[in-house]
Design a protein around this ligand. Sequence first.
Ligand code: NDP
Length: 400
Amino acid sequence: MAKVLCVLYDDPVDGHPKSYARDGIPKLDRYPGGQTLPTPKAIDFHPGELLGTVSGELGLGKYLEEQGHALVVTSDKDGPNSVFERELPDADIVISQPFWPAYLTRERIAKAPKLKLAITAGVGSDHVDLAAAMERGVTVTEVSYCNSISVSEHVVMMILGLVRNYLPSYQWVVKGGWNIADCVARSYDLEGMHVGTVGAGRIGLAVLRRLKPFDVKLHYTDRHRLPKSVEKELGLTFHPAAADMVPACDVVTINCPLHPETENLFDAAMIARMKRGAYLVNTARGKICNRDAIAAALQSGQLAGYAGDVWFPQPAPRDHPWRTMPYHGMTPHTSGSSLSAQARYAAGVREILECWFEQRPIREEYLIVDRGKLAGAGAHSYSAGNATGGSEEAAKFKRM
Ligand code: NDP
């Protein structure tokens, strides 16, 4: 019998939904590029239900109970007295979502001698100290591709929202106004602008593909170059590094993982290299951007807008400057947790658990760390190290 400790976000303030806006979600067969969707033997939920919450349990309760395993689900994840920290010492498996990350720091891994598997219900395992996981032989997995298209749609929405000044214009309507001049004094067309992505993997490439019909000039930087045919099809300009790309761009979107190489990549120096009045959209990870440099650049006008859904830590303290800085379009970390994405990552977690318990190999594309080293998707896109430093600040959200 295994103890599975699952950290999920809180239920809606009015409780678990009794009905939904739509009756279901479209059925997809494959992801772009051909990877198959998760293939668990069964699922115990209806695709389109809220699953990422404590009540939703990622649809795992019945399965784990029938298998004789113990499931502990909590949203209380930060601080030494949290349920997570109390339940961790005898947990075999930890499941957590990047949206509400259970930070698995070196100290926490040391307190969990039985821990063998950490599953990210989503994509992005930077909330786990990967170096410590390697040393301790903890396998780290994520459900690659489950929400890549979800995020790419969010990126396009946020680029348009910033460039066209959507959110302030909406606010004028809600306030009862008809202030066209106030709305349009910061509103532009995206057409003709230069848009660049840092990272052209699943999300970055999907963003480029979605932006192509807007008649923009597309740029990218990545550790590996895309095939020539793709560069030609989309008319891409490749830059060897972000620092080379940003001076050419009106809009920059960040779509690379957080690892030691990308932490604090957008600091004051990088932002100073951008065009005055550029827009920056970051749905990758909060720590890739320097918190204070972003707020200062919006104040000074160096950046015309910043949007995204990723913060550090998460939940962001209530006094986090990105909540109140000017010209931002931030949301909580939601882009990869649409109901559509939840169905896929819940099924993916179930697939990983079935493989683990039945001692079948976990798909290569789901592996980040295995047998003491970076593996599968992790070996391709991550570098070894730790990006969890400072995560204890997440406890401030509860205290304030
Ligand atoms: P992929 O691994 O498919 O793509 C990431 C790309 O970034 C890869 O092509 C990788 O290069 C590239 N990259 C890595 N390091 C650098 C670097 N230093 N400079 C430039 N490029 C770099 O991942 P996804 O597209 O699926 O996801 C990207 C990230 O988005 C995730 O790691 C996660 O942090 C975030 N995300 C956010 C979500 C949300 O809800 N907001 C949901 C899902 C993901 P290569 O592999 O060629 O070495």
